[in-house]
Design a protein around this ligand. Sequence first.
Ligand SMILES: Nc1ncnc2c1ncn2[C@@H]1O[C@H](COP(=O)(O)OP(=O)(O)OP(=O)(O)O)[C@@H](O)[C@H]1O
Ligand SMILES: O=P(O)(O)OC[C@H]1O[C@H](OP(=O)(O)OP(=O)(O)O)[C@H](O)[C@@H]1O
Ligand SMILES: [Mg+2]
Length: 302
Amino acid sequence: MVVQQNSSRLTIAIQKSGRLSQASLALLEACGFRFSLHEAKLLAHCQNQPVDLLRVRDDDIPGLVMDGVVDLGLVGENVLEEVRLKRLATQLEAKFKLLRSLDYGQCRLAIALPKEVPYQGIQDLVGKRIATTYPYLLQNYLQRVGVAANTAVLTGSVEVAPRAGLADAICDLVSTGATLEANGLVEREVIFRSQAQLIQRTTPLSSAKQSIIDQLLPRIDGVQQARESKYIMLHAPIAALEQVIALLPGAEQPTVLPLNQRQDIAAIHVVSTENLFWETMEQLKNLGCSSILVMPIEKMMG
Ligand SMILES: Nc1ncnc2c1ncn2[C@@H]1O[C@H](COP(=O)(O)OP(=O)(O)OP(=O)(O)O)[C@@H](O)[C@H]1O
Ligand SMILES: O=P(O)(O)OC[C@H]1O[C@H](OP(=O)(O)OP(=O)(O)O)[C@H](O)[C@@H]1O
Ligand SMILES: [Mg+2]
C-alpha cells in the first residue's frame, strides 16, 4: 500500500481495530462522510467526498501526522503525548496542530500497586520497577515529582506484570477500574488524563483539502454538541409554570405553547444542554406535569 503524500484526497488516519475505531468512524459518518469499509483493507475511499481513510495501529497515527504522510489523525491524547515525547528525545519532527478534543476515549494513565503493598505516597515508588507501555509519559512524570524509579517496557498485558514477578507496580490505562480490580491492583497515582483528539499535520494543505477541513470542524462541533443535548417536551400546569421552568436544565427561554381547549395547561419545549435525570422528571410529575418526553438530538447548527 502506498499513501501518496501529495494526493489531492484528504487522508485521515484512524485506529483500525480497538477502543477508538468504532467511535472515530461513527464521528466521521455523522459528519456526512460515507465509507464502505472492507475489513482487510487499510485504505478506504469516501464515497461522497475526496477523502481517504487510513486504518492503522493507534501508535502509528501521531508519527504519520507529524511526518506529513497523512493530513489528519484521530488518536488518544495518551498515545499522542507518548509519541511526541519520544520523538523530541530522538530529534524527530514532533509538531502537529490540535484541531479538536473529542468526546470519546476518556481514560487515565495511572500507577497501580498490588493491593497488599502498603502505600503512603509517591515516595514509596522510589527504587521500584514499574511496568508500562508508556515509558516516556511515566519518566516525564517521575522526573516532575522527583522520584527515581525504573521502567519495564511491555507492549501488552501490563496488568499481569506484578503477579508474574516482572515488576513491583504498573502504569497503565484505566477507565472503569475493572481490569485493575480483576488483577488485585489498586490505583495510586493518576499521571495523565486522556481523550481522543483530532490532529492535523503542520505542513501547508492545498485549498481543496483546507476547505474540506473548514466544513468538517463545524460539523464535528454540531455532532458533539447534539450528543450532549436533549430535546425535552412536556405538559405543565400554567399555575406551576415558573417552578417547572426552573427545574429544566439550561432552559432560560423555553417555548411555551397553548393546548387545544385547555386553559389550565401548556406544552413546554426546550433544547437542554444537559440530560434530564429521573429525579428531576419525578419532581416535574409531582408539580402536575405529564407526557414528559426526553429525546436525543442528531445534529445541531447555529
Ligand atoms: N478502557 C478504556 N476506556 C476508554 N478509552 C480507552 C480505554 N483503553 C484505552 N482507551 C483509549 O483508546 C486507545 C486505544 O486503545 P486500545 O486498547 O484499542 O489500544 P491498542 O491495544 O494499543 O490498539 P492498537 O492495536 O491500535 O495498537 C488508547 O490509547 C486510549 O486513548
Ligand atoms: O479500567 P478498565 O475499564 O478495565 O479499562 C482498562 C483497560 O482497557 C484497556 O485495554 P483494552 O480493554 O482496550 O484491551 P487491550 O489490553 O487489548 O488494549 C487498557 O489497556 C486497560 O487494560
Ligand atoms: Mg496501540
